[in-house]
Design a protein around this ligand. Structure first.
Ligand SMILES: [Zn+2]
Ligand SMILES: [Zn+2]
Length: 362
């Protein structure tokens, strides 16, 4: 009980100033639960949030990719949640704006967000609305539970890419950018039974990781070596149906547009590094080949569905993991304790070691 009275977590006071502190226990608003955090991922977006741009509010406890055990509920919340293992959807729609009222909470105009707009999970305890909880069975580890957030983004990308696409398994895909999300996109495609998945990376460690994950080495394209676009076109006979851009750079988007087949699609996933532009000829190709460019953001989560309906990205991921066709834990390169969180942040900031998914376990 004494443990329960105190919280401990990493507080970001101002840009670059993050430290482990004794914190007050999160206060629960109506409809919320207290979650004892068991695992939390460090997201690529946490690095600029902590060291460069800051968060929307500060001081704040970062951490939005997490799972845990429900430890308490506020009034009005079903007490049977207590003791359940959960992954937590971090985006909290307002429920009041026009988009929410239209049943489109993913485009809420006034959302809250655990770990960037309110306190997150780089701490022993965090609060969250009960409506944002996804119960996970014992067969799904807490580490996997902490990967639902990025996996949901990847699932959204795949779902958006495949929308109205032909249903055969002979579609050809390219995934440009082999960070966590890029590999997640590739793993989800494979879990769907697709075999023609080309991976574009720029580090030997990425090639090794791709091979380690069971991807065919001949499907790996090194963007740093020679003319990647030419190699890509040769390997795919100019026939990429769907290209996933998971980097956020001009040249990677242009390569996608240049490499897809007529009628092909380019799904934009990566956050932009800079202003975006196309060379005129690339723009012409969008017109002449009637290419679809699709942006995606975040993921779609709807509570209360069975995993076999899987209408939303999170239940889809849950089903894939439970079925065994998706094994995201293979992407975990580092696990640290709460006390070692800063070490994980610095590895990702300074790139002192090769990493993929860095997870804090408690
Ligand atoms: Zn994230
Ligand atoms: Zn809203």
């Amino acid at each position: 009980m004494t443990e329960k009275m105190s919280n401990r977590g990493w507080l970001l006071d101002s840009i670059g100033d993050i430290s482990l502190k004794d914190l007050p226990m999160p206060k629960l608003k109506a409809g919320e639960v207290l979650v004892k955090v068991k695992a939390v991922g460090i997201c690529g977006s946490d690095i600029p949030r902590v060291y460069k741009t800051g968060a929307h509010i500060m001081p704040i406890v970062p951490g939005h990719e997490f799972s845990g055990i429900v430890d308490g509920v506020s009034e009005g919340v079903d007490p049977s949640w207590i003791g359940k293992r959960v992954a937590v959807f971090p985006k909290i729609a307002c429920g009041k704006c026009d988009q929410c009222k239209k049943g489109n909470p993913g485009s809420c105009r006034n959302y809250d967000y655990i770990g960037s707009r309110r306190d997150g999970a780089f701490a022993r305890y965090v609060s969250a609305p009960a409506s944002n909880l996804l119960e996970i069975p014992d067969s799904v580890s807490f580490e996997e539970g902490a990967m639902f957030e990025p996996l949901g983004v990847a699932a959204n990308a795949v779902r958006s890419g495949l929308q109205n696409a032909s249903s055969g398994k002979d579609l050809t895909f390219a995934v440009c950018g082999l960070g966590t999300i890029g590999f997640m996109v590739a793993l989800i495609l494979r879990s769907q039974g697709y075999r023609n998945v080309f991976l574009i990376g720029n580090k030997d460690t990425q090639r090794m990781r791709a091979v380690g994950l069971g991807f065919d080495e001949s499907n790996y394209i090194d963007a740093g070596a020679g003319d990647a676009l030419k190699i890509l076109k040769e390997k795919t006979y100019g026939g990429i149906d769907i290209y996933f851009e998971c980097v956020g750079k001009n040249e990677c988007i242009s390569m996608g547009i240049e490499s897809v087949a007529p009628g092909g699609r380019v799904v934009l996933v990566g956050n932009p590094y800079s202003d975006m532009y196309f060379p005129k000829d690339t723009y012409w190709k969008i017109l002449r080949d009637q290419i679809t460019i699709k942006g995606i953001w975040n993921a779609y989560f709807k509570q209360g569905h069975s995993i076999y309906e899987a209408v939303d990205d999170w239940h889809f991921i849950l089903r894939k993991i439970v079925e065994g066709s998706l094994k995201p834990a293979k992407l975990i390169s580092h696990t640290f304790s709460l006390e070692q969180t800063e070490k994980g942040l610095l590895i990702m900031r300074d790139k002192t070691e090769d990493y993929c998914k860095v997870i804090i376990v408690m």
